[in-house]
Design a protein around this ligand. Structure first.
Ligand code: C5P
Length: 409
């Protein structure tokens, strides 16, 4: 049911596995999916436009300048028409073109102009796949948000064995079905999320404050990733230089107290992700006027504890979100300390990062995290862009939410 009337654009690349695109089209058509296709120049060496059109019952697009549909501006209309785009087989050469944003033919132009999720299904010789250049492109493309299916390990057309074999049409079909199942459920359930991010500032006087180095990047990316999954998301952010994204609801706050107020106002939500580096302490008194150099008060400023927002969310009886995620920055015994925090604060997931490495964590575009759940299971995500890590975290949260939801209903 979930696939009925969905619109999928399939780009058929130039590789020996191109013929498998026909099997995938057959499977999708059986489930009432509308399919349009772009056959690349090298794809045409392996399958014919006639066989593709016969199966899709739609025109097969080939050229960027098509005299028969000039008015449509194919490279825009095709991607706007689709609910999802799939490229198979995705060759090493095609990955290179995508990673540098090349727009040299209809396929690459459509992908560059796309506003939809794009699944890439690589197929190539094991050496080509494992080559540093391809692996580099793989990372870049993941960071750009392309979703990869496979490649699998197995025997290849060239007779060699290893990673690089294209996933089977059945595997691709199952992935696409799961993808739409999840999308449909999120729309039906109207899930809501709040994400806290950035530092907080605790003022001593009108111009001086205590704060920390948090840039707010990781939380901002998590909010975008949740939003991309179709979840209505509000980002509550301490002072940061990040440029607001037009589709994301952002509430700017300054102090921990204001953050707590805004969090309370945002309840109820299904998901709460606390990435903010909230100041643990605040001065008991804030001077109305700028404190003078000669003022003795600076010798003994008294601090009090700020409210713990994460703990408040986890332990609240009334509006406890279904999934509460905490973050923790550690410099030693990262997993061990994170597990203690998870237990003490009662959160469902904790994302631990090691901040002893200066190129990761605070103020960096990169991160390396471990996600721990209440059973003690650890999922480690190797060093990557914060946007990539955010997508992983968002998907883990959604999967957990959907599993919990199923067990309740
Ligand atoms: O205890 P610690 O500060 O290390 O815990 C970090 C986690 O707690 C983060 O998820 C952070 O956003 C959250 N936190 C909070 N309010 C505080 C302090 C921390 O929400 N006052």
């Amino acid at each position: 049911m979930s696939l009925k009337n969905k619109k999928i654009l399939i780009v058929i690349g130039g590789g020996i596995s191109a013929y498998k695109a026909l099997d995938l089209i057959r499977l999708l058509k059986k489930n009432n999916v509308n399919i349009k296709t772009i056959l690349t120049k090298s794809g045409k060496e392996f399958v014919t436009p006639l066989s593709v059109t016969t199966l899709t019952k739609n025109k097969t697009f080939e050229d960027i300048f098509d005299k028969n549909s000039e008015a449509e501006i194919d490279h825009i209309s095709l991607s706007r028409w689709a609910d999802l785009i799939v490229v198979l087989p995705t060759t090493a050469n095609f990955m290179t073109k995508l990673s540098i944003g090349k727009a040299e033919d209809l396929a690459t132009t459509v992908l560059l102009a796309s506003d939809k999720d794009i699944l890439l299904v690589p197929a190539m010789n094991v050496r080509m796949w494992l080559h540093k250049a391809t692996q580099n492109n793989f990372r870049i493309l993941q960071d750009y948000g392309y979703i990869f299916i496979g490649p699998e390990k197995g025997e290849m057309a060239c007779g060699e064995y290893g990673e690089g074999k294209m996933s089977s049409p059945r595997q691709i079909y199952s992935y696409i079905k799961d993808y739409f199942d999840k999308k449909n459920l999120v729309i039906k359930k109207k899930f809501k999320a709040l994400v806290t991010t950035g530092p907080t500032r605790e003022y001593l006087d009108p111009v001086r404050y205590i704060s920390n180095e948090s840039s707010g990047k990781q939380g901002y990316e998590v909010a975008l990733a949740l939003r991309k999954l179709g979840i209505e998301t509000k980002l509550i952010s301490g002072p940061s230089n990040l440029i607001p994204f037009k589709d994301l609801k952002i509430k700017n706050i300054v102090s921990a107290k204001e953050m707590m107020c805004e969090v309370k106002k945002s309840l109820p939500v299904d998901i709460a992700v606390c990435t903010a580096a909230v100041s643990d302490f605040k001065p008991i008194y804030k001077s109305k006027n700028k404190i003078k150099k000669t003022d003795n008060r600076m010798n003994s400023i008294k601090f009090e504890k700020n409210p713990d927002i994460l703990e408040f969310l986890c332990k609240s009886n009334k509006d406890r979100p279904k999934i509460v995620v905490g973050f923790c920055a550690e410099t030693e015994k990262v997993i061990q300390n994170a597990k203690v925090k998870l237990r003490e604060k009662y959160c469902d997931l904790i994302v631990a990062n090691n901040v002893s490495n200066k190129n990761l964590g605070f103020n960096s575009d990169f991160n390396k995290v471990s996600i721990i759940d209440q059973t003690g299971k650890v999922i480690s995500i190797p060093k990557n862009k914060k946007s990539y890590i955010a997508n992983k975290i968002a998907n883990i949260i959604l999967d957990k939410l959907l599993i919990n939801d199923k067990s309740i209903n």
